[in-house]
Design a protein around this ligand. Structure first.
Ligand code: EPU
Length: 420
């Protein structure tokens, strides 16, 4: 077990290199199961969720090697076990992403049903329903999703709600189905498009990824591919907020600015000067205190739920009152009680947080509850007077690569302490 300790105060300044996107690499790793040849994936972030995915695929019999630069080579041809057991699924809900590939490639899959999670109930009914429309026979028994199909058939699927991993699972399954699948009301997230690009590199026929309607023409076989994962827009956004909250000047490099419009707009509203190049973004607060911003989370291209907690932290010390409404997950305000322990003035009304900015926060011991909530507590710690400790940092290690090193590089006083 470890804690992160932060001494608030320093104004952050400098450059941070952004890693590959967690939410792109996970579906890409599982999509490699669809291939009949080896794939090589680059720009892979060193994250606990990547380790869990590799463990799961290795348990299924895939041959996997990882080099010192985190390039992952996957030979899926030896895969002979079609089960994702509870002990792995419970640590990473994204394990549900093996369902579509296993079913499409091997005709069967048993995947433990992910339970609820700290941020909401997060059912997977849309994944199951879409696969059933493609001809799969699916039973939920003993806590497992048991799915069988001879060969999936192309179908027209209208998603009831926009679901990122739901769209990804169905898109992956459809690549090897017989005929054409059309997914309507598809998620438009850049990570969905990145997965589509990888599948296309393997030989899949996909059009429309990145829009509401994705069309997939099934093929008989996919090969392998060499692919470099998209940069992480949420990690980039988190470091830009670190710059903004401390009144600093932070440049994030190796990013795709065009995937971050909603985040950059809100940072500008908060008073930041934003300059972008092809693959970098610089934020300059010119020493000013941020202005409070109002925002509502929604699927891409609107403001991402995965940046909500970080902007809640920003509003805590901003000038004015900010209103933040969460519409994607029903319980994603667990960080509010922790921020209040630092002296934040936040009123929660249902799915809305009303945050009156205060001039200063004061350090306290804090507990992380989920990945983005832990990032938000670290951000608040950067401006809280005294030493803030954030417990349960395994949440942060699921999605942020060496956060204490990257923040340390730009001037934060932050360290990790092992505890027994
Ligand atoms: N939903 C259903 N039924 C389903 C699927 C989803 O009702 O079958 C609901 C969910 O309960 C939620 C909404 O639809 O209220 C949207 O959920 P979605 O399925 O889009 O979320 P997800 O695919 O499980 C991914 C990311 C999350 C991110 C969300 C929203 C991955 C591996 N995870 O989750 O990332 O918050 O999309 O953008 O891609 C994170 O990185 O911290 C994280 C939680």
């Amino acid at each position: 077990m470890a804690k992160i300790l932060i001494n608030g105060g320093p104004v952050l300044q400098g450059e941070v290199w952004i890693s590959g996107a967690k939410n792109a690499v996970l579906p890409i790793l599982f999509a490699s199961i669809l291939g009949s040849k080896t794939s090589r994936i680059g720009n892979v972030p060193h994250l606990q969720d990547v380790t869990t995915s590799v463990e799961l695929m290795a348990q299924m019999g895939a041959m996997i090697s990882i080099d010192e630069r985190m390039r992952i080579e996957i030979d899926p041809t030896t895969l002979n076990n079609h089960e994702a057991p509870y002990d792995l699924v419970k640590t990473m809900r994204a394990s549900i992403l093996v369902l579509g590939p296993l079913l499409a490639k091997h005709g069967r899959a048993t995947v433990s049903l992910p339970g609820g999670c700290a941020i909401g109930s997060r059912p997977v009914n849309l994944h199951i329903h879409g696969l059933e429309l493609m001809g799969a026979d699916i039973q939920v028994r003993n806590g497992n999703i048991e799915a069988i199909a001879e060969r999936l058939k192309g179908a027209r699927i209208v998603m009831d709600m926009v679901s990122v991993t739901g769209t990804e699972n169905l898109m992956m399954a459809a690549t090897l189905a017989d005929g054409i699948t059309v997914i309507e009301n598809a998620a438009q997230e850049p990570e969905v498009e990145d997965l589509a690009n990888y599948l296309i590199a393997m030989g899949a026929k996909i059009s429309g990824a990145g829009s509401h309607t994705i069309t997939i023409e099934g093929v008989d076989e996919l090969g392998g591919a060499e692919y470099s994962v998209l940069p992480d827009r949420i990690e980039a956004g988190t470091y830009l907020v670190a710059g903004a909250i401390t009144g600093g000047k932070v440049k994030v490099t190796s990013v795709r600015p065009e995937t971050m419009d909603a985040i950059l707009d809100k940072l500008q509203e908060a008073g930041a000067k934003i300059t972008c190049g092809d693959d970098w973004i610089e934020l300059d607060m010119q020493g000013r205190r941020p202005l409070a911003v109002n925002l509502t989370t929604s699927p891409y291209p609107a403001f991402p739920t995965d940046m909500q907690a970080q902007f809640t932290a920003l509003n805590c010390i901003a000038e004015g009152t900010g209103v933040i409404t969460e519409t994607v997950f029903e319980n994603r305000f667990m960080h509010v009680q922790e921020l209040q322990r630092l002296g934040a003035d936040i009123q929660l009304e249902g799915n809305t947080a009303i945050i009156r900015g205060v001039e200063k926060l004061t350090a306290a011991p804090l507990m992380a509850t989920d990945l983005r909530a832990s990032a938000c507590l670290v951000l608040a710690g950067l401006v809280a007077r005294g030493e803030t400790s954030v417990d349960r940092v395994y949440h942060i290690d699921r999605g942020y690569e060496v956060i204490e090193e990257k923040l340390g590089q730009i001037g934060a006083k932050i360290r990790r302490k092992q505890i027994t």
